[in-house]
Ligand binder design. Sequence first.
Ligand SMILES: Cc1cc2nc3c(=O)[nH]c(=O)nc-3n(C[C@H](O)[C@H](O)[C@H](O)COP(=O)(O)OP(=O)(O)OC[C@H]3O[C@@H](n4cnc5c(N)ncnc54)[C@H](O)[C@@H]3O)c2cc1C
Length: 453
Amino acid sequence: MRIEVDTAVIGGGVSGLCAAHYLAQSLGRDAVILLEASDCPGGTTRTSAEDGYLLDWGPNGFLNREPKTLQWAEDLGISNKLVTANDAAARRFILKGGRLMEIHPPPRFLATPLLSVLGRVRLCCEPLIRQKANDDPETIWDFAARRIGREAADMMVGPMVSGVFGGDAHQLSLAHCFPRMAAMEREYGSLFKALIAKKRENSAASPVGPSGVLTTFQEGIGFLPMHAASQLGDRVRTNASAVSIKHTNGGFKVQMKDGGEVAARCVVMAAPAFAAVGLLSGMDDALAAALDRIAYAGIAVVCTTYSREAVGHDMNGFGYLVPRNQGKRALGCLWTSSIFPHQAPKDKVLLRSMIGGFTDPDALRLSDSELLDIVAREVHPLLSVSGEPELVRIFRHDRGIPQYLRHHGECLDAVEAAEKRWPGLVFAGNAYRGVGLNDCVLSAHRAADALLK
Ligand SMILES: Cc1cc2nc3c(=O)[nH]c(=O)nc-3n(C[C@H](O)[C@H](O)[C@H](O)COP(=O)(O)OP(=O)(O)OC[C@H]3O[C@@H](n4cnc5c(N)ncnc54)[C@H](O)[C@@H]3O)c2cc1C
């Protein structure tokens, strides 16, 4: 079958759906088609409902600090379904020496046994540390060790990096993963000074957690892409895998796996970078080679549920993260029924344990029972769980989260150069300028705005 359309969006995750939504709004619904390889829209953002639980496959929400995400919910007519995290979820923990230690905001933080006395003294020296003198790409760990000391880099920053990216702080680029942190040093000369200044501007700003409140929907975060797709109706084609893109006189020709063809004046490439490699090689080998340098981390999300009496811990908090030097395989565990009580029946506990990440690629090849053994060995004792989980669901994301390594700037330069070389081709998605759902929404606006210009 041959389809002619103004704009084809390839990839029906949050990024592609958001771009398609705003393009359809401006150009008219029939001008846009979204091609999704799998049988369901959403990409990694999906939620299953089962036995009174809402089980998120990947993300569990977004931080409500990005106006464009909230606006999208508004434009979709679903902002009345937003649910923010429970207040109790403000408490976050880190595992050290077999114990969960709460992270407190300063000044209480300085009494935390998470760091040795020397580690705490070194942390306090942060305002005295000079700014970096050159522009060489720096890893997150190098930056953290330079500013707050090696111990705090290992015990506080490393876990945060595995929590957000499933990544290795020793390999990820600070400037691309946490551009705001790099900017704080540049603008204020010190992270502490920057935090004090930001606290003055906004008394709600938190130095121990991300700014903004984690937010989902009454039906779980998967409701966002599902609802966006349903509004686009038959403009979303599932089981529609693109296999190649060629440049033509009038724009682009997208070859489909089923033999069909889509002729489009413009293309939004919102499939993961590793998928874009295959689609674009032939048309632009240099671009495909640059995209191929964007690495991915795999991650398994192990959802387990229990009756409340089977869990001895008070479960008052968000969950915990595990520094890589603690000899554990689980990256951390989210206490979902505490964060979003509506995602589990009243007298039940729902946990989501994260296993894998960039430093443990073999974890994605573990069987269900091997993953459950890790949960039983590492998570259950910490939360005083007795007995077996009542319900188990495991979601594996083989190449789930892109990793912005030190050469990421070169990949971005190549993508931007290709966008200039091929007018009408634009990129959106988590592979480029941020992995959070808010970043994906911003990437979609960037792509749609570029085409609408
Ligand atoms: C376990 C996990 C937990 C996370 N937690 C959070 C969180 O709590 N908060 C947060 O903000 N972010 C979180 N993230 C990150 C966030 O979920 C992702 O960055 C975001 O969902 C990516 O959206 P996307 O549309 O860019 O890509 P994807 O969701 O990967 O979508 C890309 C789509 O392209 C399709 N596709 C691939 N190849 C083709 C092809 N050839 N033709 C057509 N279609 C194709 C795929 O099937 C897929 O549907 C998490 C991610 C994971 C994996």
